[in-house]
Design a protein around this ligand. Structure first.
Ligand code: ADP
Length: 303
């Protein structure tokens, strides 16, 4: 029995933010795919035109570092999104204690992440929900960003349906202050958190609530001064915080090179207008200084 006359359904892969994900074989290409079943819930009146238009845009995002959206169709009241199947993800790599990540490996993972981001930002598409388990790794070692644009189409992940609340750890200060006009900077901040996590091998800023998340950010980088981030005081949830000085970034990342620390600090800039863009980050000297990034096929992967 085929789904949509084309996909041979296999086992469930997991439960995600928007619904169940299952493995399937695409009889048209013979390839293994992952199908994300999206509960339409409040969108029951039919996936509205805006959503369909957005999905069309996602289908046109074709880049080596973006998961390809192969197909999208409604079936039994759920929207089905068909993606290329990926073996693993960056969270599994970071968590696997048997894996040693060299500075060259970390550079390679960050470079692939930023390439995918720069490509989408150039097309004015934001991710909005970057975290290590959304960075999938293929059998060839290529890292690809998953779930691009879904947060915008289907709304912020509904916590009721998920076990995971980790996305908070990757949230930028402007989102935590309730900004409504966020831009590509939110993805760069999240990429910086992932860069830090690759260096530390544990999530860098593990807030237990949105307020605590801001506290963790301020403890790491010092409380932002209005001179550093003039628009901050106008944000909806802005409140004045007690002054905290910034410890030297070096003390938090003793193993990082000077180039790595310089790039990290530019990605962790408070003012989203002054924060480095994904494209500028790719042009930072970190990526041309030694060691060269590891070739994807040679990257360590979970057994
Ligand atoms: P979340 O919303 O929590 O990020 P997802 O909905 O992306 O989770 O995915 C749920 C499960 O399906 C996860 O275990 C993930 O590893 C798996 N999965 C998602 N996309 C793919 C894919 N393209 N290939 C293989 N497995 C996938």
């Amino acid at each position: 029995k085929l789904v949509a006359d084309r996909y041979h359904k296999r086992e469930v892969l997991g439960e995600g933010t928007y619904g169940v994900v299952f493995k399937a074989i695409d009889t048209k290409t013979g390839k293994t795919v992952a199908i994300k079943k999206i509960r339409l819930g409040k969108y029951k009146e039919g996936v509205n035109f805006t959503a369909l238009r957005e999905i069309k845009i996602l289908k046109e995002l074709l880049d080596p570092n973006i998961i390809e959206l192969i197909d999208a169709f409604p079936h039994k009241g759920n929207l089905h999104l068909v993606f290329e199947f990926m073996e693993s993800d960056l969270e599994a790599v970071i968590r696997d204690r048997n894996i040693v990540l060299s500075l060259a490996d970390i550079k390679s993972y960050l470079q692939m992440t930023l390439k995918g981001l720069a490509y989408c930002h150039k097309k004015w598409v934001l991710h909005r929900d970057m975290k290590p388990n959304n960075l999938l790794i293929g059998s060839d070692g290529q890292l690809k960003l998953a779930d691009f644009g879904l947060a915008r189409i289907f709304g912020s992940p509904d916590r009721k349906f998920t076990h995971q609340v980790f996305a908070r750890w990757y949230r930028s200060p402007e989102l935590l202050f309730g900004t409504k006009q966020y831009g590509s900077g939110v993805d760069v901040w999240a990429a910086a958190c992932i860069f830090a996590e690759l260096l530390l091998r544990r999530p860098f800023l593990q807030g237990t609530s949105d307020i605590d998340q801001l506290g963790k950010i301020f403890a790491a980088f010092g409380t932002p001064k209005p001179s550093q981030w003039p628009d901050m005081v106008y944000l909806p949830d802005y409140v004045e915080y007690q002054y905290v000085p910034a410890p030297p970034l070096r003390s938090l990342f003793p193993m990082a090179s000077d180039d790595a620390l310089d790039l990290l600090s530019k990605m962790f800039t408070y003012d989203p207008k002054r924060r480095i863009s994904a494209q500028e980050a790719l042009e930072h000297r970190y990526f041309t200084s030694v060691p060269a990034p590891t070739k994807p096929a040679l990257l360590p992967r979970p057994a």
